[in-house]
Ligand binder design. Structure first.
Ligand SMILES: NC(=O)C1=CN([C@@H]2O[C@H](COP(=O)(O)OP(=O)(O)OC[C@H]3O[C@@H](n4cnc5c(N)ncnc54)[C@H](O)[C@@H]3O)[C@@H](O)[C@H]2O)C=CC1
Ligand SMILES: CC(=O)C(C)=O
Length: 257
């Protein structure tokens, strides 16, 4: 049987890197998409060195044509298309009174636009190959409950859950499942930046900033990117075939639904 093909956006570091490596380990041919080719190329090279199949592609997920081009390049290289993980996102700290129209445009065009364009491009590819597929979107525990100082970010992550539920209904009859994953406080560059900014705004340390977010984790440890990749592997694999429209919270017990 030929390999299943997955595309992961924002795969040059953090959670996206862990997802791409995990899917490659699970037997997927993986396309890694990011704004900086050198970053996704490094991860792709590591996957290939470990015996996997990988392709690095440069694209800005806020640009619809670039996302479609990345999906096309992926299916041309690997001969099929089965899974998209719309993982890329921005997480700026935005106290409510500081938000400008430019901030709004920037964060929504990447976080929400990236999910919309990834969904459309994957849908087109699934139709081309005449089969269903899986669409997996990155939301956040901050998309389940509003988080302090993250009005723009939290808003986009709530929107992603809405898009996930809606497209799950719209595409189910074509054999396509659409789900989201909601990480908690994950040790990645994005989270360290947020902790730094929140600490700085309060005149406190980065550690204080991280503690603000992590004090309510029932399991009493920060998340590794691999904790999230484990859950995404489930959503990408056949064991989740009867799951759609859901948000899988992977936060060590912060938010309960
Ligand atoms: N780190 C955390 O604690 C949490 C992260 N998340 C979500 O998980 C996803 C991944 O987050 P992290 O790995 O922490 O972030 P990160 O900032 O460490 O990595 C994100 C990657 O996406 C890329 N990217 C950003 N904008 C892009 C664009 N327009 N086009 C293409 N690539 C772009 C970046 O270059 C970077 O390589 C994001 O959607 C984030 O909102 C959700 C909950 C918690
Ligand atoms: C960055 C993020 O998604 C948080 C704090 O939940």
């Amino acid at each position: 049987m030929s390999k299943k093909v997955a595309l992961v956006t924002g795969a040059g570091q953090g959670i996206g890197e862990a997802i791409a490596k995990r899917l490659a380990n699970d037997g997927f041919a993986v396309s890694l998409v990011g704004r900086h080719l050198d970053k996704v190329q490094r991860v792709a090279d590591e996957i290939i060195k470990a015996g996997g199949e990988a392709l690095a592609l440069k694209a800005d997920v806020a640009k619809r044509d670039e996302v479609f081009a990345a999906v096309d390049a992926t299916s041309e290289k690997f001969g099929d298309f089965n899974v998209i993980v719309n993982n890329a996102g921005l997480g700026p700290t935005t106290p409510i009174d500081t938000i400008t129209p430019e901030d709004f445009e920037w964060v929504y065009s990447v976080n929400v636009g990236g999910v919309l364009w990834g969904t459309q491009a994957a849908h087109q590819a699934f139709k081309k190959f005449g089969h269903g597929g899986k669409i997996i979107n990155a939301t956040s525990q901050a998309g389940v409950v509003g988080n302090p100082n993250l009005a723009l970010y939290s808003g986009t992550k709530f929107a992603i859950r809405g898009i996930t539920q809606t497209t799950a209904r719209d595409l189910a009859e074509e054999g396509i499942t659409v789900n989201a994953f909601a990480p908690g406080i994950v040790k990645t560059p994005m989270m360290y930046d947020i902790a730094h900014e929140v600490g700085q705004n309060a005149g406190k340390s980065d550690e204080w900033g991280m503690e603000t977010f992590s004090k309510d984790i029932a399991m009493k440890r920060l998340s590794e990117p691999e904790d999230v990749a484990n859950a995404v592997a489930f959503l990408a694999g056949k064991d989740s075939n009867y799951v759609t429209g859901q948000t899988l919270i992977v936060d060590g017990g912060m938010q309960f639904q």
